[in-house]
Design a protein around this ligand. Structure first.
Ligand SMILES: *Cc1c(COP(=O)(O)O)cnc(C)c1O
Length: 407
């Protein structure tokens, strides 16, 4: 480790809370799919800031929009209108085939908002008495870090010592319709799920699952909330993952890449009969729907409406998955995913996913472990075929070194 890197990391360790365990690299610049560290070393970015950078670092389309908007107007708060919220909301609603949008900033806030609006629907439309109504989430879920959201997490690290927890949640097994059927009661207001579980290790449910969940929730007068914060915005080959099974959720949460990796921007998308229930004062955010974020978000919607990035994700994703699947049996026990999103299980005999990610960093590939034995590959969708091949080649080299060492 260089002196530059060591000094920078020491400063972070001394003055910033240790609520993350970052890779030992200090990035100072980036372009497209490539990062440069303080020593001038380059790394291929295979995390894309947890898919917040689907459109790549420094994408000129969005940087130009941001620069122009910075000179005009950055914030009004919702006390006044800006000329960007309307166009942004219209474009995002149309992209999802819904009536309305509620803009927030972070993914967790979008999920919190969806929970509030679903509960309001439960009381005002479904007719449940006050303080009744339950939301069913899934084992292995990840929806953010707020006190309410961690209340229905089953990840002990995320949860332990942070109680008392918010009531009103119950868990079902992800990918198992029968488990969900048993969890639904007359007081269920909504089912909340990630169409593919991200933090849990890119867990893809069985084909037909989302469609069955949609039918089951509809029959029971229960809302379906799809959290597309990580699966959305082209990551899995379609604009939203729920489109892979051609379903129509009641509520969609989006975030991460919606702000093009420039600003935090999230949203709840739903029809008027749901989002229209909110009245002034019942929900809000000082920065939610600010003109800078909305100008960028509008440009993101415009780009997604062309389908260009979804096509890239599908085509390049096939190449990535073929490359990774060929490694099964060579230090890898399983590979799965959709579009440019892959979870790869490392054979415990050669080390942990974190060990392998550190080796890959030495080989110029930045990738992060999730949940012990799984590596998550989520490169920006601007990545090229040659760069995909480079990932697979370097990954194979790292695995072979470890296999030899552990033979
Ligand atoms: C990242 C993520 C969130 C939380 O987003 P933040 O912007 O970190 O609050 C919520 N849901 C899913 C599915 C996510 O991947």
């Amino acid at each position: 480790m260089s002196e530059n890197t060591r000094t920078a990391i020491e400063l972070v360790d001394t003055y910033a809370a240790h609520n993350y365990s970052p890779l030992p690299v200090v990035v100072t610049e980036a372009s497209g799919a490539w990062l440069t560290d303080v020593d001038g070393r380059r790394y291929l970015d295979c995390l894309a800031a947890y898919s917040a950078l689907n459109f790549g670092h420094g994408n000129p389309t969005f940087i130009d929009v941001a620069k122009r908007q910075l000179d005009r107007l950055t914030l009004t708060s919702r006390a006044a209108h800006s000329d960007w919220l309307g166009p942004f909301a219209q474009k995002l609603a149309r992209l999802a085939g819904k009536d309305m949008v509620l803009p927030m900033n972070t993914g967790a806030e979008a999920v919190e908002t969806a929970i509030k609006v679903a509960r309001k629907w439960g009381h005002q439309v479904k007719g449940l008495p006050q303080d009744r109504g339950e939301i069913i989430a899934m084992h292995g879920n990840f929806h953010g870090r707020t006190t309410t959201i961690i209340s229905f997490s089953d990840d002990e690290t995320a949860r332990a010592d942070f109680g008392p927890y918010s009531p009103g949640f119950r868990l079902a097994d992800f990918g198992d319709v029968e488990s969900l059927r048993q969890a639904i009661t007359p007081e269920t207001v909504a089912v909340l799920l990630e169409p593919i579980q991200g933090e849990a290790g890119i867990i893809v449910p069985p084909a037909g699952y989302l469609r069955e969940v949609r039918e089951l929730t509809r029959r029971n007068n229960v809302l379906l909330i799809c959290d597309e914060v990580q699966t959305g915005m082209g990551r899995t080959g379609t604009t939203f993952r729920f489109q892979a099974e051609d379903i129509d959720p009641d509520i969609i949460t989006v975030g991460k890449a919606l702000g093009a990796g420039i600003v935090p921007l999230s949203a709840v998308i739903a029809d008027r009969e749901i989002l229209g229930l909110l009245r002034p004062g019942e929900h809000g955010s000082t920065f939610g729907g600010n003109p800078l974020a909305c100008a960028i978000g509008s440009a993101v919607c415009d780009v997604l409406a062309t389908g260009e990035y979804q096509r890239r994700s599908t085509g390049l994703g096939e190449r990535l998955h073929a490359g990774l699947e060929a490694l099964v049996g060579h230090g890898v026990t399983a590979a799965r995913g959709a579009g440019l999103w892959a979870g790869v299980d490392i054979d415990p005999a050669i080390g942990t996913a974190k060990d392998v990610s550190l080796d890959l960093l030495d080989h110029g590939i930045l990738v992060k472990d999730t949940h012990g034995q799984t590596l998550r590959f989520a490169p920006p969708l601007v990545i090229t075929e040659d760069e995909i091949d480079l990932i697979v080649r370097e990954f194979r080299a790292v695995l072979e070194q470890r296999l030899t060492r552990h033979a």
